[in-house]
Write a protein that binds this ligand. Structure first.
Ligand code: JHZ
Length: 420
């Protein structure tokens, strides 16, 4: 796919002036995280001295449809297609979560020989492979070459492309229509929000369902999960904003489930007919009640984000002054936001570990920490490890029992820094 160096600077990003969903110009800024490098754009060691691409990272809320969104759109070809390093299959917890999702859908739907399940942003086939095992036809669509190749290797037919309304129309013209469309952690990533949802409407069978997962705005705000804000995530979703968005395309958010994954997510059940369940009614009422449909709810968020930064930097500075060595766990995209916003780098942290072999040997953007294999925690035994992938804390703490038994401690930064 396209290489950044071939793109004119002015085509790399643009700032929006209207809501990504409803088009209103009534956007109110609620947070400014400064100018940051791209969270998943790892740096090759030989390129440490080359300047990194950086872009403004500001968050606004739409006063008309309540959608929270960042105001800068970085070209998707830069974000997702150019050596995108995220492979879903490196987390056993995510694999289990996805398998359970598929088994529940198979149990509740009458899927057979004529059925088709499509996944948008199917990554390395981590989810669809479970349908393949049950003999159900699938089609994965993902713009990143590496993960798409990995998916084909595990038997998941995959188109390497961005999902757009045009692509949906092309697939529909070829006779494809879906019983289920999955889209996990992708709705918030797409700049043409309305085109993406219209594409789903185009491909769903009249009795089909789109089962979509996305981080939920409420825990993000309440637990100060500000590090999940980066350029890949254009939207921060509430049920209110989603309800408006889907209705515009003849789709209905009929049911939701609350999930603990990624710091608190929603699983949305979206259908081409209206049958709103209590789960949605309750969430809409709750969001209205707590003020999420206005701007007041967000007023102290920026101050709480600043407080977390001060607390984490103070903690790290104090430990360093006492002679402690500190590393980090998880070369996660959210880790890049955390490190860059807090100004933590190789001065304070020795290295970061991550199981993803595609990340190892490279450096985290901005902070330029070298990514090493998790075994380095036991061989190097740093005194403390900042848990950047705090959303998988339980899994990682368990996996790192040897490091912990030898006296190693983790610093969990969210919702406020604490040592475990
Ligand atoms: P993880 C990703 O964000 C990318 P990130 C993306 N933008 C998105 O939308 C969100 O997910 C939802 C590693 N790890 O998944 C793997 C271990 O090393 O929280 C990952 O590199 N050992 C599409 O990148 C990182 O940590 C482990 O035991 O913020 C976690 O990144 C486990 C469990 C993970 O998301």
């Amino acid at each position: 796919m396209s290489d950044t160096s071939l793109m004119a600077k002015d085509r790399l990003s643009h700032t929006i002036t209207a809501c990504r969903s409803c088009g209103s110009v009534h956007l109110v800024e609620i947070l400014d995280l400064g100018t940051t490098p791209l969270a998943d754009r790892l740096v090759a060691p030989g390129k440490a001295d080359e300047p990194e691409l950086t872009f403004p990272l500001k968050v606004a809320v739409c006063q008309d449809c309540s959608l929270v969104q960042i105001t800068e759109t970085v070209a998707p070809e830069i974000l997702f297609a150019d050596a995108y390093p995220y492979y879903s299959s490196f987390s056993p917890a995510l694999l289990k979560h996805s398998r359970e999702n598929v088994l529940a859908r198979i149990a509740e739907r009458d899927l057979g020989e004529d059925s088709l399940v499509i996944e948008l942003a199917s990554n390395d086939g981590y989810l669809l492979k479970n349908y393949v095992e049950h003999g159900i036809d699938v089609l994965g669509i993902d713009p990143a070459d590496g993960p798409a190749d990995a998916a084909r290797k595990v038997g998941v037919p995959t188109m390497c492309d961005f999902f757009t309304l045009d692509l949906a129309k092309q697939l529909a013209a070829e006779g494809k229509s879906a019983d289920i469309i999955h889209g996990n952690n992708v709705l918030a990533h797409v700049a043409d929000t309305n085109g993406f949802v219209a594409g789903i409407a185009t491909l769903l069978k009249p009795n089909g369902v789109a089962v979509i997962e996305a981080p939920y705005l409420k825990p993000l705000i309440e637990h100060v999960e500000f590090d999940t804000i980066y350029h890949e995530h254009l939207l921060y979703l509430s049920v209110t904003a989603l309800d408006h968005l889907f209705r515009r395309h003849g789709l209905y958010l009929n049911h939701i489930e609350h999930l603990s994954i990624h710091g608190g997510s929603l699983r949305l059940f979206v259908e081409p007919f209206e049958n709103q369940k209590e789960s949605v009614k309750a969430a809409l009422a709750d969001e209205k009640n707590i003020g999420m449909t206005g701007t007041a709810y967000f007023e102290d968020f920026s101050a709480r984000v600043n407080r977390l930064r001060t607390d984490l930097v103070d903690m790290v500075t104090k430990l360093k002054s006492e002679g402690a060595s500190i590393a980090a766990y998880g070369a996660a995209a959210k880790g890049a936001t955390m490190l860059n916003y807090c100004g933590l780098s190789s001065k304070e942290l020795d290295f970061v570990v991550d199981r993803n072999v595609h990340k190892q040997g490279q450096m985290m953007p901005g902070a330029q920490l070298l990514v090493r294999e998790p075994e380095a925690l036991v061989t190097e035994q740093p005194d403390y490890v900042v848990m950047l992938a705090w959303n998988f804390a339980d899994e990682i703490l368990q996996q790192q029992s040897e490091y912990r038994e030898k006296g190693g401690k983790f610093i969990i930064p969210v919702p406020s820094p604490r040592i475990v």
